[in-house]
Design a protein around this ligand. Structure first.
Ligand code: NAI
Length: 345
């Protein structure tokens, strides 16, 4: 029986993997996968990792020396993997889509909580404070939403926004065809949008796509929603934009320095991240800790696809969900599979 080391394991991961796994001896490690913890996987055939693991060259080399030949990411994003280091040694597979609707629904939940001040109302009514003062929101109907990145999640979010009667404009390096989406350049999107929602991956091009200049170009009073990756936004500039009331509020499921914080309970600890502390203290910022994906359907899809990816690897079948540094062009795998190969290497 092949042995799999599953890192950053949470009770909900274990529940779904245990339910669906019939073939593998899975050992669950609570530790994140890093250069230091990679040695725990010595003697294992494969590892399974998640979004905030730090799979750099040193981690890859240690895994490879220990006998690991496949890295199964149980997520869609892969900006935390050193693909160049892995190439030729460890095949990297992922779960390209496990909950596009779930993530898009969470983005809208963040937006509407922020807009209609549900978080404030919840606290007030629990204290029998039935005042409405300070709870005024805006109608989304008729407003313009600017969607950056119109892949699976972006399109699901667009569908929801259309249901609200919003005008949708979008920016994407690779516009989707035949979807009836009105594409504009980034400056136009920033200038015209009442709501800006980020749904592109984190790449060199998209790092701090919302920086000081971008905030200056925005329509005054826009809402920002980010369920993609924290480093798409320069957090200090976000704070400035909130402070000078350029923007109305921010709904964030991700944060650029989240890696050592999110998914863990620090309620009894002093958090030494002033930007984060200032962000969460603002009434017009809603922060959730990378939970947009977290639905029953997504957890089942993640476990199912990850186990299928492992089956394909060990049965020497085509790795349809493989990614390597040559594939990564912002659109996911393209070149390697076009050459008709079963695997990237
Ligand atoms: P996708 O690959 O289907 O779509 C991404 C879109 O971004 C593509 O249309 C691509 O052309 C576009 N894009 C790439 N580079 C761009 C650029 N420089 N400027 C504008 N657009 C660009 O990905 P999917 O499944 O829609 O996921 C989007 C992101 O959502 C992921 O990269 C991941 O970071 C994040 N995510 C977050 C989750 C959460 O729980 N918060 C869960 C799953 C994904």
């Amino acid at each position: 029986m092949k042995k799999i080391a599953l890192f950053d394991a949470k009770p909900y991961d274990k529940e779904y993997f245990d339910k669906l796994n019939t073939k593998y001896e899975i050992e669950y490690f609570e530790n994140k996968l890093t250069a230091k913890t990679a040695q725990l996987a010595r003697g294992f055939d494969g590892v399974c990792a998640f979004v905030n693991d730090d799979i750099d060259k040193a981690a890859i080399d240690t895994l490879y020396d220990g006998g690991v030949r496949v890295l199964a990411m149980r997520c869609a994003g892969y900006s935390n993997v050193d693909f160049k280091a892995a190439f030729g040694k460890i095949n990297v597979v992922r779960v390209p889509a496990y909950s596009p609707n779930g993530v898009a629904e969470h983005a809208m939940a963040l937006l509407q909580t922020l807009n209609r001040k549900i978080h404030k109302a919840y606290n007030r009514t629990r204290d029998f404070n039935f005042s409405l003062v300070g709870l005024t929101g805006i109608n989304l109907h008729g407003k313009t939403v600017g969607v950056i990145g119109t892949g699976k999640i972006g399109q699901a979010f667009i569908d929801i926004c259309r249901g609200y009667g919003m005008r949708v404009i979008a920016y994407d390096l690779y516009p989707a065809k035949d979807k009836g989406i009105e594409y504009v350049d980034l400056d136009t999107l920033l200038r015209e949008s009442d709501v800006i929602s980020l749904h592109c991956p984190l790449t060199e091009q998209t790092h701090h796509i919302l920086d000081r200049e971008a905030f200056q170009k925005m329509k005054k009073g826009a809402f920002i929603v980010n369920t993609s990756r924290g480093a798409l936004i320069d957090s200090k500039e976000l704070l400035n934009a909130l402070n000078n009331e350029t923007i109305r509020g921010a709904g964030l499921d991700v944060y650029e320095e989240e890696a050592n914080l999110f998914f863990e309970d620090f309620s009894g600890t002093m958090i030494r991240d002033d930007v984060l502390a200032l962000l969460v203290s603002r009434p017009n910022v809603i922060l959730t800790s990378h939970q947009a994906f977290l639905t029953e359907e997504a957890l089942e899809n993640i476990a199912e696809t990850t186990l299928q990816n492992l089956d394909a690897f060990f049965d020497d079948e085509e790795l349809v969900n493989e990614v390597c540094y040559q594939c990564v062009d912002g659109k996911g795998k393209v070149q390697c599979k076009e050459e008709g190969k079963k695997r990237c290497f």
